[in-house]
Every structure is written in structure tokens, then in C-alpha cells.
Write a protein that binds this ligand. Sequence first.
Ligand code: ADP
Ligand code: MG
Length: 482
Amino acid sequence: MKQSAVIGRIPANEKPGANGRHRQTGSADKTSGWKLQSAELPASKMPSWGWKQPHNLRGPLRATPPAHRCSSKVLGGAYPFLAETGDILTGAYIGENLLSRAPFCFDPWDAYSAEAVRSHSVAILGVKGTGKSMLAKSWSSRLARLGRKVAVPHDPNGEWVRVAAYVGGKSISVGPGKAARINLLDEGARDRSFSDEDWNQNVLQYRRATVKTIIRRLREGGNLEPVEHTALDVALDALRGQSTVTITHVYDRLVDPEQSQPLEVVEAGHRLAHSLRRMVSGDLTGFFDGPSTVRFDADAPMMVVDTSALKGASPEAQALARLATANWIRRSSLGANRQARVIIHEEAAVELLNDVSGGDGLADRVEDEKVARHLGTSNWYLLHRVADLDALGDRNSALHSRALGLLADCETRISYAQHSGEIARSREILGWNDTQADLVRKLHKGEGLWQIGQDRVAKVRNICTDYELGIFRTDAMGGERA
Ligand SMILES: Nc1ncnc2c1ncn2[C@@H]1O[C@H](COP(=O)(O)OP(=O)(O)O)[C@@H](O)[C@H]1O
Ligand SMILES: [Mg+2]
């Protein structure tokens, strides 16, 4: 790469703009007028006449202050808001910080260790086509190269399959016509600290909660009666000794309980079985009701579940697919498989809105956030707008505060361009000042305002190589740059 100097005099023999173009000072490396050699200084793309912007006083007549060298810490104090303080964050390279022109890197775990944030979670907000997925793909694949693990439990457009292949990860396609099956009730990776009895209890609780969630969704939010809870417990208890338990097994036990039970429990079991029937012999058959045919590879740098084949499926099938894949990845990342893992929730708003029957989807996410720090996961939520969360439930309702609480849990918030009508509300929720709101108004594609913890702000342009762009782009242009 061509090096160019940042600070220094213009050499006597260089006439700025003499060739009709704004020349780079790097061309002056060979001249003797330089006190500081460009190789000693950080590279800059600054044209010799300065940046072409209004009020920049560009021109050949310029101040020629003597070259001065000091530490970035001192510069940060002398030029607050312009120079980086030197207290930089480490991690994968994302692009250029347009406020300081410094390279910008970020890693949720490093930022947490540096006490810049109090959670690992990240919210990426912006209207369609602004570059949210591009950021998530470039950032996560670069983190994967640094040894972090990445999982995408629900890829509705199948756009992550190529990313997984690019970093040497794996992808699984589920849905009609696909061979892969995921068992919703898989016990997951065992935590070595659990005794046999504790682990059995843990698995039982997990299965109970999952079957209840499925039934609630299939009943469109209808809750279980107390006697139905009993019937479910009896059925799950009868399956305790079995190594693999599937929804079909639970269904069979509900229809035909082994031990003699009071009539009302048997009847309640039948009611539950009716609700579950769609899973085993209705329109949802075959996706998630049998034993798993695929294995979660905890050592793969990236695991992607491609759910694009479910595009035309019913909303229930889609909601169950999200539940199945998210749970499967969560359970598989426990115990011995526990390690720093990024979990990317593509199109999270759609997911949350669709699963909102009783707020289950959101409750799962909020619950997940509570344990995320303990599990070492960093959840990234890709949202179209704050209004999607804001619209959940009435203001002051538990659901609404849960939705905004999820955003508050994300201590790293990245705002891409938003519709002008939504800036006021986003500003209120995300706490932008006038300058920051103005900045978001003027963002271009691939640029975002980063709010990191309480007091760090950066405006970052996500820079990708042409090769990366070829793999990550989603527009119909194919190989063409948008
Ligand atoms: N940082 C970037 N550099 C170059 N092109 C970009 C960048 N970010 C986005 N794009 C272009 O914009 C398109 C849409 O981006 P995408 O990330 O899919 O948007 P979103 O997920 O917000 O809907 C991409 O396919 C790509 O062509
Ligand atoms: Mg996208």
C-alpha cells in the first residue's frame, strides 16, 4: 500500500495540484525536505490539499507548522473528539472510524474485559439494504478467524450459507424437501458439573418448557390448564429412561398413558395430544418431530441453520422452526461445548413480532440475555427499526417494557440509516444528542453510529474487500457492486 505522511511541510519542489489532480504527499518520499519519513508515521489517505469539503480552506497557500510528534494519549487531550485517545478497543477490524479517521476494531468480549460495556450483546438497527447483514457477516467472519465461534440459528434468506463455507464452517438446511431433521427435544451437551440426577431434572425441565411453548403457539397463545400440566408431567416422566425423546414419543404417551391415571388427567392428555397432532401427522410433520439426523459441531468456526426452504410455510411452522433451531443451538452450546460464541439473530424484529403470541419469543430472548454472560454468548439482534420493538404491547405493559429492556441489555448499539420519521423516537430510546441524531440522518450505506457502553461513540464505515463483498452481498446484482 502506498504510504503517505500525515504531518509535515510540503517539500519545496512539490507544487500542490500541479498535475491538475490532488496529489498524495506519499509521492514526496524521496525528497530531502522531509524531517520525518513517511514510513515512521501512520498512513493516511489525506490529499495534499486537505479533504475536499466546504469551509476546509483548501488551496496551495497553507500553514506549514513544524512537524511535531507526541503520543496519541496527549493528542487525545489536545484535540478532544478529533483524535483517538490511544485507549482503543481491540478485536476484529471493522473499518474506519470517520470521526477520528482511525481504524476501528471491536470484539464484544474484549470490550467487556476493558469495562467499556456491561453486556456482550449487540443491537444493529437500520432500514433494509443499509448494510446490517454485511456488517454482521464481515465482522463475525473476521472474529471467527480470531478464534471466536459463530452460530446463526435462523437464516431466512439462506444468505449465510456462503459465509459459513468461506470461514470453513458448516450449514444445515431444514424445511420441506431437506433431509436434515432437528429434534426439538434433544437433551443437548451435558455440563460435567451436573450429577446424573441434576442433569435428568434439567433435561426434564427443558422438555417440559419446550412442549408447553409448542402447545401455546399451536393454540395461538392459549395457556395450559393445571390438569393439563399434570398430564404432560406424567407423559414426560414415563419417558425418563429413554435415551432419545421426540415429540412423537410425547404424543404417543399423551394418547395412551402407560400407568392408570385419574380420568380427568387422561382426558387432559388427550386435549394436549389434539393440540400437538399437527406436529406429528398434520402440516408440520417431518421437520422437528423425529430424532436429529444432524449434529451440532461445537468446534466448527461457524454453524448456520438455513431456513430459507420454509419461506412459504405457515407462520406456525416458521415459529416452530425458529424455536427448534434456537433451542438446539442453545442446548448444544452448553457444558463441554461452552465457549465464546456469537449468536446472530437475522431479521430479529420479524422473528420477535411473529412469535409474540403471549410474548413467548421475546420471553425466550429476555431469558436468554440473563444467562448469556454466564454462557459466554454474544447475541446480535438485527432490527429494522426501534419502532418494531416499541410497537410490542401497549405502552407501560409488561411486554412493551420487556421489548425495550432487551434493547437496553444491548450495550453495543449500532444505528444504520433510518427513515427520517423514525429518528425522533429512536433518539428518545437510544439517547442520542443533537449531533448524534444529525449524524444518523446523514449516514450512507455501510456506515453506522456505534454507541458503546455509556460514553463511547464512533461513526464507522464498514470496509470489506472486493472478495468479501462478492461473498457477502445480498442484492440481485450478483457480482456487481451496488
Ligand atoms: N460496507 C459495505 N460496502 C459495500 N457495499 C455494501 C456495504 N454494506 C452494504 N453494501 C451493499 O448493500 C447491499 C445490502 O446490504 P445488506 O447488508 O444485505 O443490507 P441489510 O441487511 O441492512 O438489509 C449489499 O448486498 C451490498 O451490495
Ligand atoms: Mg439483511
